[in-house]
Design a protein around this ligand. Structure first.
Ligand SMILES: *Cc1c(COP(=O)(O)O)cnc(C)c1O
Length: 358
């Protein structure tokens, strides 16, 4: 027997979500974003599942790319933040990694390197998010230096949206217009769209879409529910009941006695806590599914356990299955209750949780 806390990963759902992203942007290639260990889902396993079908993979850094290369993944891979020191340029060329160039420092490193072969560059333009990238007025000069360098194979023009999840916000259209002005007169592939833009802003699709969260079956769009999208959840986070108690009105549960029973209450204890990645700040009332039926969290989440209301489940027994999010409960709904986003829930799953691939 082992602790039943498990993330079941549905690789077929991942493939279906990738195909769905491609069907929304039929004229674009797709960089499947699997940074941060595929948003907590297991980058090597999901990259293998997609295989040759993936046009390319996107990761944050060389370490993430090398984990894929060492596992035999041969697809093109892009480093979305580029390199963090000049020695990484040589390594990128050696292992056929393409690199984002977002700053003058990175540009110098690339131009002064002696890579074994020229690299593909994702040249980042800052069109309003003000995180990474060259200002629009700098772009032509930077582009010229890149295409004149023997170290550069080709250049993809890239930008990133700040508000694409807000489907009524004009910021995305404004960023697109700035992008088009900045790259006016420049040849080269274009790449702007994260998942939200793939789903809601077709004018931004360009030559390369960069879907991330949608591949894991979670919609980034305002107000989307699991049912309203064609996406299938990839992760099912599960555990089991390990204890039950019948408490009288007035009794309190767990640390800080946060929840006090207002009536006789049957409480169930579930083997998952914040050390597994379940959010400690989940409030009373956060949905939890026990035996396929929704109930709610009551009491503070502790390191290894949490507690749920079983008052409506007289038949519940120790060992019964519990789903924290997945096909019966969307991660977006749990995230909304916890003042966060599904991205954070997924990436916080810790290595204590068994991952099982289907
Ligand atoms: C993470 C990332 C994406 C994917 O974003 P999603 O919202 O998960 O689709 C796309 N582009 C870049 C540059 C990223 O860093």
């Amino acid at each position: 027997m082992s602790r039943p806390t498990t993330a079941v990963i549905d690789t077929q759902a991942f493939i279906a979500n990738y195909r769905h992203a491609k069907s929304l942007a039929p004229d674009s290639r797709a960089l499947a974003v699997i940074k941060a260990n595929a948003y907590g889902h297991g980058a090597v396993q999901l990259a293998r599942a997609l295989g040759d079908e993936a046009d390319a993979f996107g990761v944050a850094c060389s370490e993430e790319a090398m984990e894929l290369r060492e596992s035999g993944i041969a697809n093109p891979i892009a480093l979305l933040e580029g390199v963090f020191d000049p020695a990484e340029i040589g390594n990128a060329a050696l292992h056929d990694l393409s690199v984002a160039i977002h700053s003058p420092v990175q540009l110098d490193w690339l131009l002064s390197a002696r890579p074994v072969r020229p690299l593909r560059v994702w040249l980042k333009v800052d069109t309003g998010m003000h995180r990474l990238g060259f200002a629009p007025h700098e772009l032509h000069a930077v582009y010229r230096q890149l295409v004149d360098s023997p170290n550069v194979r080709d250049v993809v023009l890239m930008s990133h949206f700040a508000c694409a999840d807000e489907t009524a916000n004009p910021a995305t259209t404004n960023q697109l217009a700035r992008f088009e002005r900045a790259i006016d007169g420049i040849e080269g592939a274009r790449s702007l769209a994260n998942s939200a833009a793939v789903m809601a802003w077709p004018a931004t699709h360009g030559d390369w879409i960069r879907p991330g969260i949608m591949l894991y079956g979670s919609s980034p769009l305002d107000g989307d529910t699991q049912q309203s999208t064609a996406l299938s959840p990839v992760m099912r986070l599960e555990s089991r009941l390990i204890a039950m108690h019948d408490l009288a009105a007035g009794e309190a549960i767990g640390y800080g006695a946060r929840y006090v029973c207002d009536r006789p209450t049957r409480v169930g204890v579930v083997a998952i806590g914040y050390a597994d990645g379940y959010p400690r700040h989940a409030p009373d009332g956060t949905p939890v599914v026990v035996n396929g039926r929704r109930t709610q969290l009551i009491g503070r989440v502790s390191m290894d356990m949490l507690t749920v209301d079983l008052s409506t489940q007289a038949e519940a027994r120790i060992g019964d299955p519990v789903q924290l999010w997945g096909d019966q409960l969307s991660a977006n709904e749990v995230a909304a209750r916890c003042d966060t986003i599904s991205y954070e829930l997924f990436t916080r799953i810790t290595r204590r949780v068994h991952c099982r691939y289907r």
